[in-house]
Design a protein around this ligand. Structure first.
Ligand code: GRF
Length: 201
C-alpha cells in the first residue's frame, strides 16, 4: 500500500513516519512527498530516503482546485491509498476532500476543537492552559474539524515557555502520527459520523 505525505516545512513528522516505515512498524511504502514550497526541508528528507519528491508551485495554477487536480494526478500515478498532511500549509479544495474522503489525515498541535489554526501551541500557552496536546484527525471541508482518530495530552508546567512546550508537543506528534497511520494501514479505523472507531486486532 502506498502513502503520500504533503509537507510545507521542516518535515520532522515526515521523518518520524519514514523511520516508522523503515523499522517495519507501518507496513506500507511512502511513494511520494509533495510540497507547495521548493525550499521545504521535507523535500530534502524525502530525497535522502529515496522517495519521489515533488514541488507543485501554487503560482502555476489559477485556482485551488487546479492545484489539487495536479496533486491528484501524482497520487493516481502511484496508486496512493492514504494522504498524510504533515505541516502542509495549504487548504485542500472540497473537490480533493470529497475525492479522498476519510483517506486524508492531518496532525494538529492542540487538543481539538481547542486552538485551531496555525499557532495552536503558542495559543494554548498564552491562554494559560494547564494541559494541551496533539490531535490526529481526518480532513473534512472545515478547518481542523474532521473526525478525530487519536489524541494525546501534554502537560504545561509553570516553567514551560513556548519553545519548551513546542518540543514536548513535537515529541508526542512523532509518536502518535505513525501510530495513527499504522491503524489505518491495518484497516482498523472505521468512521461513523464524527466518531472514529478503532477496531481491536
Ligand atoms: C506540526 O507541529 C504539526 O502539528 C503542524 O505543523 C507542524 C509541522 O512540523 N500541522 P514538521 O514540518 O513536521 O516538523
Amino acid at each position: 500500500m502506498n502513502i503520500a505525505v504533503f509537507a510545507s516545512g521542516r518535515g520532522t513528522n515526515l521523518q518520524a513516519i519514514i523511520d516508522a516505515v523503515n523499522r517495519g512498524e507501518i507496513k506500507a511504502a511512502i511513494s511520494l512527498v509533495i510540497s507547495d514550497r521548493s525550499d521545504a526541508k521535507a523535500l530534502d528528507r524525502a530525497k535522502k530516503a529515496g522517495i519521489e519528491a515533488v514541488c507543485i508551485n501554487p503560482r502555476d495554477f489559477s485556482s485551488r482546485e487546479e492545484f489539487d487536480k495536479q496533486a491528484i494526478s501524482y497520487l493516481e500515478k502511484s496508486d496512493v491509498v492514504l494522504v498524510v498532511l504533515a505541516g502542509f500549509m495549504r487548504l485542500l479544495s472540497p473537490y480533493f476532500v470529497d475525492r479522498y474522503r476519510n483517506r486524508i489525515m492531518n496532525i494538529h498541535p492542540s487538543l481539538l476543537p481547542s486552538f485551531k489554526g496555525t499557532s495552536g501551541i503558542k495559543d494554548a500557552w498564552k491562554y494559560g492552559m494547564k494541559i494541551t496536546g496533539v490531535t490526529v484527525h481526518f480532513i473534512n471541508e472545515d478547518l481542523d474539524a474532521g473526525p478525530i482518530i487519536l489524541q494525546k495530552p501534554v502537560m504545561i508546567e509553570e516553567t514551560d515557555i513556548p519553545s519548551s512546550l513546542e518540543e514536548k508537543v513535537h515529541r508526542v506528534e512523532h509518536q502518535i502520527y505513525p501510530e495513527a497511520i499504522k491503524l489505518f494501514i491495518e484497516g482498523r479505523l472505521e468512521v461513523i459520523g464524527r466518531r472514529v472507531k478503532i477496531r481491536a486486532i
